[in-house]
Design a protein around this ligand. Structure first.
Ligand code: ADP
Ligand code: S3P
Ligand code: MG
Length: 178
């Protein structure tokens, strides 16, 4: 395994960054941190509440602080980022300096059906998808963000419809063979 500090998972909302990250950390015997949890600890508000109160600007201010904290952690971590990292160049640069950046790339239709299932449970969609046509909004976000993740990524994992343990196995194969 190469000598980077942290392993960072990035990708669109509901690619499974948080789920896969926790499983990967367990397999590697590392600690897992979710940037969204660190944001909530530092800001005292969840990422969703920050969006509701102050839009992307407020969320990104705290996301940058959270990524600064995570990047400087001495212990080698597995880090799951939020889907908006693509839009926060400062936070992405802070994290990528010492980390292996893994992009989880999942087909659009699977992501949108997971988001619809979560919205069913939560009683609402995330604010950035509210509007007359959430699917079209997410399609535009998917196209735009995919281009950015592609430039940020050291490695791409095409998850397809596989379950989290299989995705973790592919990441383990990659890092143990480099
Ligand atoms: N590979 C997968 N296959 C099926 N469902 C998944 C997969 N990965 C995550 N999910 C489901 O999608 C939802 C979002 O997962 P999560 O790990 O929070 O994604 P993210 O952090 O990328 O937004 C959860 O309901 C989770 O159970
Ligand atoms: O796609 C986004 O802009 C966001 C995704 C969320 O994280 P997940 O990707 O873990 O759901 C969270 O950071 C915030 O609501 C913004
Ligand atoms: Mg997450």
């Amino acid at each position: 395994m190469k000598d980077y500090a942290h392993i960072v998972l990035m990708g669109m909302k509901h690619t499974g960054k948080s789920t896969v990250g926790a499983l990967l950390a367990e397999k590697l015997g590392r600690s897992f941190r979710d940037a969204d949890t660190v944001i909530a600890e530092l800001a005292g508000l969840s990422p969703r509440a920050l969006y509701d109160q102050g839009g992307a600007d407020l969320m990104q201010k705290w996301e940058t602080e959270a990524c600064r904290e995570l990047a400087k952690t001495a212990e080698a971590l597995v880090i799951a980022t939020g889907g908006g990292l693509s839009d926060n160049a400062d936070a992405a640069e802070i994290l990528s300096g010492r980390s292996l950046m893994i992009w989880l790339d999942t087909p659009f239709h699977l992501l949108f059906s997971r988001i619809a299932a979560s919205a069913e449970r939560d009683g609402r969609l995330p604010k950035f998808l509210e509007g007359p046509n959430p699917e079209l909004l997410f399609q535009e976000l998917f196209s735009r963000r995919s281009g950015i993740y592609a430039t940020m990524a050291d490695v791409v994992i095409h998850t397809g419809a596989r379950m989290p343990p299989e995705i973790v196995n592919e990441i383990m194969d990659y890092i143990s063979n480099e």
